[in-house]
Design a protein around this ligand. Structure first.
Ligand code: GLU
Length: 307
């Protein structure tokens, strides 16, 4: 795998030269303080090895990437019932948009836009305490990553709660349509904490291996659910830039406003990228560029025909 390591080293070297690194998310004050000069990449492979380059050992806020794990838990808990609460079509709108939610009577387009993720968290909260759900989420992620040193940064969660007016608007709106069972405070208190999980690229790449359906991986969810979650990631994982990501990279991925991207090469690898500066659509600027270079260098696009 020397060749893959070369590709990662070249990507990290190229990213270090980039002057335009995007803009760090500033609507969550704790995230606004992160140094935009950082870039990390890690690739986990079915043989258990993880190759990496750059700042792949630095923990960052996974933010919306957590929605992949809560979706996996929710599908395990509720099965297809979940789709009554949330759709599975791309939204074509920004991650925190409220417009479509009104037009579609409080049922969010998909589980990866904020409204949809809040509905998913609300669904798994029913009958449980927020603490229990967050404990289950951490157990799931730690098991997937085979690493117990993964935690929630409470300061980030509190920082987001203090400035989360748009998410509160979405939650109240859904409750108005009968699509939120818990109070907005309870659902969002849990949601903000799930978004504040911190992981390094190496940990995140390992944690994504259950989504590769590669032989020998821990079967945390069924093969069919993996297929469905990856389909959602491909169609909706980068908000209104999901089409562009599929066009340029051709792999299912999920981004977060902390600047992370989890990307799956089915049957082959799980990839984590991180650089805190975001592009105009709220996705990691360098992470997206690096994903494109990696997909080109490896031929891993699911549309490449090489299997
Ligand atoms: N916690 C963030 C929010 O709700 C997540 C958004 C994201 O990562 O895209 O605004």
């Amino acid at each position: 795998m020397a060749e893959l390591q070369d590709i990662l080293d070249q990507i990290a070297a190229e990213m270090a030269t980039r002057a335009d690194r995007g803009k760090v998310a500033d609507y969550i004050p704790q995230l606004a303080r992160i140094d935009p000069k950082q870039f990390g990449i890690a690739v986990a492979l079915p043989d258990g090895s993880v190759l990496s380059a750059g700042d792949a050992g630095t923990p960052f806020s996974i933010q919306s990437i957590s929605k992949v794990f809560t979706l996996a838990i929710a599908l395990g808990r509720l099965g297809d019932q979940l789709w009554r609460r949330v759709g599975r079509e791309p939204s074509g709108n920004p991650f925190n948009s409220i417009v479509q939610l009104e037009q579609e009577h409080g049922r969010p387009r998909n589980p990866f836009i904020n409204a949809g993720a809040i509905a998913v968290t609300d669904a798994i909260l029913e009958g449980y305490e927020p603490k229990e759900i967050l404990g289950e989420l951490l157990r799931f992620i730690r098991l997937a990553a085979n690493d117990t040193d993964i935690h929630i940064n409470k300061a980030v969660a509190q920082s987001e709660a203090a400035t989360g007016d748009r998410n509160f608007a979405l939650a109240h709106f859904m409750r108005g349509f009968g699509n939120l069972r818990n109070s907005p405070e309870r659902a969002l208190g849990t949601y903000f904490h799930q978004c504040a999980v911190e992981m390094t690229c190496v940990q995140l790449a390992r944690a994504g291996m259950f989504l590769t359906n590669a032989p020998g991986q821990p079967r945390l969810i069924s093969v069919e659910r993996v297929r469905r979650i990856c389909a959602m990631m491909m169609m909706c994982g980068h908000y209104d830039a999901s089409g562009d990501f599929a066009f340029k990279v051709g792999l299912p991925g999920k981004s977060g406003v902390g600047g992370g991207i989890l990307m799956i090469a089915p049957g082959r690898a799980s990839i984590a990228l991180w650089s805190p500066g975001l592009n105009a659509r709220g996705n990691s600027q360098l992470g997206t560029d690096a994903a494109e270079i990696l997909a080109r260098g490896t031929g891993w696009s699911v549309f490449s025909g090489r299997h």
